[in-house]
Design a protein around this ligand. Structure first.
Ligand SMILES: [Fe+2]
Length: 361
């Protein structure tokens, strides 16, 4: 059984109302009528309609103004304008303002029925379209959630693989993620880039998985071949992550995190702004943490020494803007720098926010 169509006809010509109401009811439609705009507005408040037929002239009020008022009250209504013969301009204007159809006076009952059937088809199509959009949006958001879940499980698997290989590297990466987060907040980095930076900082040294334990743990100086193997780790990182589509956007940051601002770094000798921004951030945080860490071949440096080193090589090894942001962040959030091991990018955000209250951006 098709859904009953409920119609309201608004016309100050009462003979039109008197003529068409019983005729349409004979065809099974629910019909109410209003001879004045106020009556029409009252009726749509107290009853339910799908299609409103509105005459062009309603005494002092224009049909279009009434349609606008009714639309505000119920955006789901469909309108058809009834125009005097020859007033097609009005009909066109009404269609532009959202009317679904128009009836030119004089019209007959079969014209009216055809119009109702036409609007009903339009309603059905609109409904189908809306349902399709909702279901597509639902599917898209489910897919997005699924991908996000996958992304984080891959991220944590990779981080665990790093931990197994070399616990120091994993702790280092977590701290680099933490400092990067503070820099990102200081320079007001966009939300998407912050997410990328978090992952890139955590995985920047993932390529070290491919370096032999002998070289990683060597107590003396590396020979040139060993040094070359170490220098290959950004490329190896890219190789490891390339099959994982979700990580494609962070590959440039991983590949270039050992470039120098003056162009003397590796692997490509990029300089200045040609080095991806995320890589320029990671390289500053990476160096800061490396100086603070014990290495097989030297003891850990102090916080002051690490800062002095960043400033000394600002504009040579590092982007001066990022060094400035680092120094600024370090002054403002000193405790978060000194306590870096207690923070990492994956920690519950509530705890992080407690400490980072007042961070800009
Ligand atoms: Fe590295």
């Amino acid at each position: 059984m098709p859904e009953e169509t409920r119609i309201l006809i608004v016309d100050d010509e009462t003979r039109i109302l008197e003529l068409f109401k019983p005729l349409l009811e004979d065809f099974g439609y629910y019909v109410r009528t209003a001879a004045a705009p106020d009556d029409a507005l009252r009726l749509i408040n107290e009853d339910t309609f799908q299609i409103i037929y509105v005459d062009q002239h309603l005494g002092p009020m224009k049909g279009l103004d009434l349609i606008a008022k009714m639309t505000v009250r119920d955006p789901g209504l469909y309108f058809v304008t009834m125009t005097a013969c020859g007033s097609t301009d009005f009909a066109v204007e009404a269609m532009k303002k959202g009317a679904s159809d128009f009836l030119s006076k004089p019209f007959f009952i079969n014209d009216f029925i055809k119009s109702i059937e036409y609007v009903n088809k339009k309603r059905a199509l609109d409904r189908e379209k809306a349902e399709l959009i909702i279901s597509l949006e639902q599917k898209a958001s489910e897919k997005e959630e699924e991908l996000k879940g996958m992304y984080f499980s891959v991220l944590s698997s990779l981080a665990q693989a790093m931990e197994k290989k070399d616990i120091g590297t994993y702790g280092h990466s977590r701290r680099v993620g933490h400092y990067s987060r503070l820099i990102a907040a200081t320079i007001d980095l966009g939300e998407e880039d912050r997410e990328r930076l978090k992952a890139a900082a955590l995985l920047h040294d993932i390529g070290k998985i491919g370096i032999t334990d002998f070289i990683l743990g060597k107590n003396g100086r590396l020979d040139s071949q060993e040094m070359q193997e170490v220098k290959n780790h950004p490329m190896k990182g890219v190789e490891i992550l390339t099959p994982l589509k979700q990580f494609h956007s962070i590959l440039p940051a991983i590949l270039h995190h050992h470039e120098y601002y003056d162009g003397s770094g590796y692997p490509d000798g990029l300089a200045g702004q040609d080095i991806p921004l995320l890589a320029r951030i990671i390289t500053v945080c990476d160096t800061y943490d490396a100086i603070l860490s014990n290495r097989p071949y030297r003891a850990a440096g102090t916080h002051e020494k690490a800062l002095a080193e960043l400033i000394k090589y600002s504009g040579i090894q590092f982007d001066p803007v990022i060094v400035k942001a680092f120094v600024y962040a370090e002054k403002k959030y000193r405790r978060m720098f000194l306590d870096a091991d207690n923070f990492h990018p994956g920690m519950p955000s509530g705890l992080y926010e407690t400490y980072s209250a007042g961070l800009p951006g």
